[in-house]
Design a protein around this ligand. Structure first.
Ligand code: S3P
Length: 178
């Protein structure tokens, strides 16, 4: 359990690409009258470059460095927010340590089949350009323990968005009440 779980701390959504962190996060934020922020959007705002362009020009390692800086900034913000943390943000050990102190961390999960369908529509996921099913399957294997290490709550996100939003709001309220 994260030490900073309280009504005043952040709600951070983690999980694989395509699970619905941004869509669900926006709605959870609205329900709880909090501000919403997405780490990929912050990377773009900070660099003035698209995620795909950073991967292509500077490589994944450079993207991960920027992502870790952005996550540190977002998690340090005193404004209790809903934060959608991009799927790979947990790869960084400092980010994982910060996540554990940041508030309530919600691990959004869905089967790879669902992720494949949902990611076919996005444009900021260069890693999925070739064979998205195999890539997502491997990524999930590699990252499962890392998501589990920082999560306070795990939510099945196969259900329609409205139901997922309801479950997350309820779960966060339960954690806050403890
Ligand atoms: C990535 C997830 C993406 C984006 C980039 C890499 C990953 O964000 O940061 O394509 O490695 O899981 P979303 O999780 O918001 O799709």
């Amino acid at each position: 359990m994260n030490s900073a779980s309280s009504r005043s701390a952040h709600i951070v959504l983690i999980g694989m690409m395509g699970v619905g962190k941004s869509t669900v996060g926006r709605r959870v934020a609205r329900e709880l009258s909090r501000s919403f922020v997405d780490s990929d959007d912050e990377v773009v705002a900070r660099t003035g470059r698209a995620v795909t362009e950073i991967f292509a020009t500077d490589g994944e390692a450079a993207f991960r460095d920027i992502e870790a800086e952005v996550m540190a900034e977002l998690l340090a913000s005193p404004v209790p927010s809903v934060i959608a943390a991009a799927g790979g943000s947990v790869l960084n050990s400092s980010t994982r340590a910060r996540l554990r102190e940041s508030g309530t961390v919600v691990w959004m999960r869905a089967p790879v089949d669902v992720l494949v369908g949902r990611t076919s529509r996005g444009t900021h996921r260069p890693a999925l350009a070739n064979n998205p099913r195999a890539t997502l399957t491997q990524m999930e294997t590699d990252r499962e323990a890392l998501y589990g290490e920082v999560a306070d709550i795990t939510v099945d996100c196969t259900a329609p968005i409205a139901a997922v939003v309801r479950t997350i709001v309820q779960s966060v309220n339960e954690v806050d009440a403890q």
